[in-house]
Design a protein around this ligand. Structure first.
Ligand code: GDP
Length: 359
């Protein structure tokens, strides 16, 4: 693609695998192909189709995800070629799945539903031609008509959703999420997919997941309670990660899912400092944050994966030039006490006390 210089195919596929993992899928392999132009029928060439088909059988694959957006015809042809119950989808559909899982606020849920419908609209043909095939072509023409009817229904629904979104935005305060009633500070982790946000969350909370606690039962599954030595606590919440290759059609939905952070007491920006594009990622996150309604919320930057960086002293030196940077390894636990101390110091400013981290 166009972004190949900064963000090569390999990096892009790595991110795709990470996204699949976030969506709850187990990734068993990946492959790529260089073509002058994509095959209009199957996107990839016929040899590649055969190769993937073999891998599907060998590895018992249920889903094949393409890194670029596929047309309705390509999706259909690929599913037919792979056979069986193999599900074919693309990056956009996968990201929509993740957003759907992660949409906490009413507004975010609406925005994601809208993006899903807009994605479905040009792909409606798919389902009906399947049905036509099943009926042995007997309903040909009827499917055609049905597609038009369905498209009209979908367009009406899209229109209604847009109106509802407008009204929700106007009365945003009314729809503020249920977190307002939770009497403990909320610390939100923001940053790129793969930065290590969920690893950090899990490391800090251990097995301390509170499914049965009624006070917290309404919270989404990406929020955990961190208890401190003196019995104080805060809620740590993982947000939907930034994505290097975010389809432009999903930008609005992404921002909406991120909007819940405006209710946090503290924003923790987690950076994978070992990533070759770490600086660009930092800039991109800061730019989006500056465009959200979060200017008044204290922020803390965490440089994660310091265990992977060849020159930790250099990282430390650079850190001294930046305010509020904590170096950690969420993997081996380095720096987590410093992290909690820093969170404590930041929350103290907002009159909340968090004394220390209890592993
Ligand atoms: P998220 O997408 O931001 O939630 O990232 P994850 O927590 O899923 O982590 C992405 C990958 O980075 C996983 O394979 C983690 O094991 C790895 N990872 C996370 N933190 C560290 C770290 O401090 N050091 C190293 N070496 N790997 C890490």
């Amino acid at each position: 693609g166009d972004q190949e210089d900064l963000f090569g195919i390999e990096e892009s596929l790595k991110e795709l695998a990470q996204l699949a993992d976030t969506a709850g899928l187990l990734v068993v392999g990946s492959t790529s192909q260089k073509l002058a132009t994509p095959n209009p029928r199957t996107y990839i060439g016929s040899g590649k189709v055969a190769e993937i088909k073999n891998a599907i059988h060998a590895l018992d694959v249920e889903t094949v995800i393409f890194d670029d957006e596929l047309s309705a015809g390509q999706l259909r042809n690929l599913e037919k070629a792979f056979g069986g119950d193999v599900r074919v989808c693309d990056r956009t559909a996968l990201i929509l799945d993740i957003f759907n899982q992660r949409a906490v606020t009413h507004e975010a849920a609406l925005q994601v539903a809208l993006a899903q419908m807009e994605y479905q609209l040009p792909r409606l043909t798919k389902m009906w031609s399947h049905l036509e095939r099943q009926a042995g072509g007997r309903v040909k023409g009827m499917g055609e008509k049905q597609i038009e009817v369905d498209k009209r229904i979908l367009r009406t629904q899209i229109g209604a959703l847009k109106k509802e979104l407008e009204s929700v935005r106007k009365h945003r305060k009314q729809y503020r999420s249920r977190r307002c009633s939770v009497p403990v500070p909320v610390v939100s982790l923001v940053g790129y997919t793969n930065a290590g946000k969920s690893t950090l969350l899990n490391k800090l909370t251990g097995a301390n997941v509170l499914a049965e606690d009624r006070l917290f039962a309404t919270l989404d599954p990406t929020t955990r309670r961190v208890q401190t030595k003196n019995g104080k606590e805060f809620l740590l919440t993982d947000t939907v990660g930034f994505i290097q290759k975010l389809p432009t059609t999903l930008v609005a939905a992404f921002r909406a899912t991120l909007e819940e952070i405006s209710e946090s007491s503290l924003l923790v920006h987690v950076v994978d400092i070992s990533h070759p594009l770490a600086q660009q990622q930092i800039d991109a996150v800061e730019k989006v944050l500056s465009e959200l309604d979060v200017a008044s919320i204290p922020k803390l930057m965490v440089w994660n994966k310091v265990d992977k960086v060849g020159y930790p002293h250099q990282v430390k030196m650079e850190t001294e030039q930046r305010e509020d940077v904590i170096c950690v390894s969420a993997l081996n636990g380095d720096g987590l006490q410093e992290f909690c101390d820093a969170v404590n110091a930041k929350l103290k400013d907002s009159m909340v006390w968090v004394e220390a981290f209890v592993p």
